[in-house]
Design a protein around this ligand. Sequence first.
Ligand code: JHZ
Length: 392
Amino acid sequence: MNKFFLNLGVQPLANNFLKKYSAKQPRYNLNLYFNTKSKMVSISKRIPSSIMFNSKYPYRSSMSSTMRLSFKKLSNEIKKKFNPKLLLEIGSNDGALLTHFNKDKAIGVEPCKNLAKITKAKKYFTYDHYWDLKLSSKIKKKFKEVDLIYSANTLTHISNLKDVFKSINLILSDEGVLIVEDPSLLECVKKNSYDQFYNEHIYVFSAIALKNLLKRFNLEIFDIKNLPTHGGSLRYFVKRKENKKYNIKNSVKRQFYKEIDNGLNKFKTYKDFATKVIKSKNLFIEILNKIKKNNKKIIGYGATAKAVTVLNYCNINHNFIKNFTDTTPEKINKFLPGKNIKILRYKKNILNEYDYAFLGAWNFKKEIFAKEKNFLKKGGKFITHLPIPKII
Ligand code: JHZ
């Protein structure tokens, strides 16, 4: 049974960056639910993929040095541990991982045509399609089987998970490995990062919920790694149940125990989370109000999907945060979804024109603080909303 626990208000499409602000852009209710049987946490409103992931999708995986390094490290690990004959990436984006492999050993699946174009231009075989049974049958005909399937920050974006895993099962070789990487629900609850929920993130997985789901498809997790990326992610290594090539590592049990200790299997945890989120909203507004009263200027740093959730939930507009700055070409000179706040091209010392910078890309805090030493030296301050809103 799905039990409601949090209403994050009426939210725009998290990546709908418009050239001209329009108050009439589509908006949807964002409600969060916990399923008492499967233990899955999900949002209620499902927007068709074609509306969210199209040829104008602005998010590029390789926009930060943190992510570029993470993908490089992983590609080395995959080569060393699994040495796949053929790797397939679901949601290959702009090729941040794919391009570390030889062109004849790696294929991409990326429905956003603007992104697929990037890897196609580099001569990587890329299907610009959604991941589904039709596509995986087509891949099976051409390539027979795949011995490594990788997917980062993509499966949680697909409503029909049954179709996702059936499609994986169709082409994964008997001794093949599936690697899935997504934000960790445990980290999300611990950090109070309610901003991991937006219309693209239909689910935020816990290891418990993913295990229950995989079981239905005769798949099991044999290793789990905690990663610092995206504010705390889990990398799951998955195999077919009958595949005896890999032993189940202690990391799997450890993660389950941690999640149970923190109550991820209980509804009460999510009710408590909701209470903390409401408190966080009030405190965040209080802090911004004080700054406004003192006539100080705030810029948003990193026009993330997460910042869109926060600002729309807390109803913060350009009277509080004057502008955002971002390095992504597709976001520059556009408006933050749902808000009349313009995104400026990032340039060195842009922060010096402001007193405060709201950390929209809080998951890159280290990288950003290293880059913005000058601003900090000059007395500039950052504002974060996590784990509780404060000035840092
Ligand atoms: P970042 C997106 O979420 C959407 P977002 C998506 N749904 C998803 O699941 C995750 O990614 C993986 C900018 N930036 O990665 C670049 C700077 O300007 O937190 C990006 O626009 N300067 C697919 O949007 C944004 O911040 C910098 O120095 O929440 C970061 O976006 C750095 C480091 C980043 O993902």
